[in-house]
Design a protein around this ligand. Structure first.
Ligand code: SAM
Ligand code: DTB
Ligand code: SF4
Length: 332
């Protein structure tokens, strides 16, 4: 969807926007289902990158202590618990700039993925930059989705991160898609961006071919010690509008309420579900920060008449539309 159309949606009276997003949601999704995804940080802290929002960058003193890659048995224990608690997706995050074939750490990750993929959940990893070879290996090991966010607009990105570029992010996304993985790609609200950056971010995401299988919408968790610790909180109606526009611009994409849900009221979350959000990170910890308690999330879903999605591990990655250009991957 182009910028002008997205902007027109943004300018609609809120209830008119919600009417449209609800109609798109009802036409494409089982109305009551919400996917529960569990996150696990398998390698925490000590990251070389300078992402201005991140607790795990080694450039800032945030109180996060750098740890080694978790052992496979410990990861499997968490993955089994996630499944037992009703999650249908297990997402493993690592605080790395990226991974390279032939390194010990990459082989260890592949080994972990092979085992986790036997449990019958969707397997998502977020490991930073990938080349085409790494993407193929991850797919073969059993990864169903790769999470790599564009985080904001291309114009605002250099104000947030200087150690890699927006084009680097696009390149990794293309490698993941070319290898046949689904792509989970979204962003963060609250990075000091303007409305136009938020809408540009949705324009870029919706221009992907294929569109992302899922779009996480994070609100900044302000981390003490980072350059963004004092950023203003995101307004709930801005979040709801963004969710609604994402639903309309990417009808078949799961829209995942991500970081920042801890500070959203139950009513705020209900509006997001109504607007088209159909997935959440579930469990009381994200990577390093807090998330609502599982029993509170389940209680809210019950109260709203929503139900956790049933497992669907065989889900195929979205297919590109042959008549359109593929996800942009920049010059080189
Ligand atoms: N290093 C990998 C990368 O950058 O893609 C994977 C881990 S990174 C922590 C994954 C995503 O978490 C980021 O792209 C960002 O969208 C989100 N994130 C990290 N810190 C956050 C924060 N303080 N508030 C909200 N979202 C955050
Ligand atoms: C995403 O978009 N959000 C998740 C997941 N993908 C990896 C991570 C949120 C992290 C929030 C900050 C933290 O816990 O450190
Ligand atoms: Fe590193 Fe990812 Fe955090 Fe950036 S967002 S500092 S790449 S862990």
């Amino acid at each position: 969807m182009n910028y002008a159309d997205i902007q027109r949606l943004y300018q609609l009276p809120l209830f008119e926007l919600l009417k449209q997003s609800r109609a798109v949601h009802e036409a494409h999704w089982p109305e009551r289902e919400v996917q529960l995804c569990t996150l696990l940080s398998i390698k925490t802290g000590g990251c070389s990158e300078d992402c201005g929002y991140c607790a795990q960058s080694a450039r800032y003193t945030t109180g996060v202590v750098a740890e080694k890659l978790m052992a496979k048995d410990a990861v499997m224990e968490k993955a089994r618990a996630a499944k037992a608690n009703g999650s249908t997706r297990f997402c493993m995050g690592a605080a790395w700039k990226g991974v390279r074939e032939g390194t010990e750490k990459f082989e260890q990750v592949l080994d972990i993925v092979r085992d986790v993929s036997t449990l019958g959940m969707e397997v998502c990893v977020t490991l930073g930059e990938l080349g085409s070879g790494e993407a193929v290996k991850l797919k073969q090991a059993g990864v169903t989705a790769y999470n790599h966010n564009i985080d904001t607009s291309p114009e605002h990105y250099p104000n947030v991160v200087t150690t890699h570029t927006f084009d680097d992010r696009l390149r990794t996304i293309r490698h993941a898609q070319d290898a046949g993985m689904s792509v989970c790609c979204g962003g963060i609200l609250g990075l000091g961006e303007g409305v136009e950056d938020r809408l540009r971010m949705l324009e870029v995401l919706s221009s992907f071919n294929p569109q992302p299988e899922s779009v996480p919408i994070n609100m900044l968790m302000p981390i003490k010690g980072t350059p963004m610790e004092e950023n203003a909180q995101v307004d709930v109606f801005d979040l709801v509008r963004l969710v609604a526009i994402a639903r309309i611009a990417m009808p078949r994409t799961k829209v995942r309420l991500s970081a920042g849900r801890y500070s959203l009221s139950r009513e705020g979350q209900a509006l997001c579900y109504y607007a088209g959000a159909n997935s959440i990170f579930y469990g009381e910890k994200l990577l390093t920060t807090v998330n609502p308690r599982a029993n509170e999330d389940l209680a809210l879903l019950r109260e709203l008449g929503l139900v956790p999605q049933s497992p669907n591990p065989a889900q195929a990655a979205p297919i590109a539309d042959g008549a359109k250009p593929l996800t942009p991957c920049c010059a080189s």
